[in-house]
Design a protein. Structure first.
Length: 265
């Protein structure tokens, strides 16, 4: 996967990070890059996978997550900090893209730690999902650039950014093979991140430094056709990676709940 295409976009991303609390209209970003808004939008999306303003809004929601856990600012003030004038709008957008409300996210550290410790003690990681033969299977392997021991969260998302609940998702106890069954025809983006066993809850509630990977190109599932085998590599965070917005403890809880339901059958 080439990461050096349109290197000028790196300077724009750095500029966005440094000015994230300021107004960042498309015209300002395009002018900084020295392009017309149309051309800038085209090459930015080709390089990052997201339109410029969607990327900006994603970074601002990531900043909101940071502020929720690291400051005592009110939720309304945090919304204002990232440019949301309405508390209701901020709460709705945060909930849709992170998976929990701002209030629940702020208070989620004890539960996140509990989920993580439960995963550390888990002996059965097998999937309890039935296999739907009339829908597709997406199989592959996940490896890592550097040594890693911990849990891997991997899923299929409708957009090239890990936000909201994945359309299909699971947890893996180690590097190696994965398989999603019952995948209906559609367009998906494969994304994964890792949580090392030595991490604390805040490290994966705010996953700035976790290993990660994402498919730049969509996985297209068509009726009655097979999907190419996927081989993905977890890497250290890169400047052009979109933020991981989905609350990882939420995915841990869903996985544990499914294992519990399976054990009672």
């Amino acid at each position: 996967m080439a990461t050096d295409k349109y290197p000028e976009i790196d300077a724009v991303i750095d500029y966005i990070h440094r000015n994230i609390y300021d107004p960042l209209p498309l015209a300002r970003l395009a002018a900084y890059a020295g392009y017309s808004p149309f051309h800038f939008t085209r090459i930015f999306k080709e390089r990052i996978g997201l339109p410029p303003l969607y990327y900006v809004s994603s970074l601002r929601l990531q900043k909101a997550k940071d502020l929720l856990l690291r400051t005592n600012l009110s939720i309304r003030d945090i919304g204002l900090e990232i440019g949301q004038q309405s508390l209701g709008t901020f709460t709705t957008r945060f909930s849709e893209r992170v998976g929990v409300t701002p209030s629940d996210f702020r208070n989620s550290t004890p539960q996140a730690d509990s989920h993580f410790r439960t995963l550390q003690r888990l002996s059965d990681w097998t999937s309890g999902h039935p296999v739907f033969d009339h829908y597709a299977r997406i199989e592959g392997t996940v490896q890592a650039e550097i040594p890693f021991e911990g849990v891997i969260l991997i899923g299929l998302f409708p957009k090239p950014i890990p936000e909201g609940i994945p359309l299909h998702g699971t947890l893996l106890s180690s590097l190696g093979e994965f398989c999603f069954t019952g995948v209906k025809p559609g367009t998906y983006y494969l994304m994964a991140t890792s949580v090392s066993w030595g991490m604390q809850a805040v490290d994966f509630l705010l996953p700035h430094n976790t290993l990660r990977t994402r498919s730049r190109e969509p996985i297209v599932v068509q009726p009655y056709s097979s999907v190419p085998y996927q081989q993905v590599m977890l890497h250290v965070p890169r400047l052009d990676d979109p933020p991981i917005l989905i609350s990882l403890p939420l995915l841990m809880n869903r996985f544990l709940s499914e294992r519990m339901q399976t054990s009672y059958r």
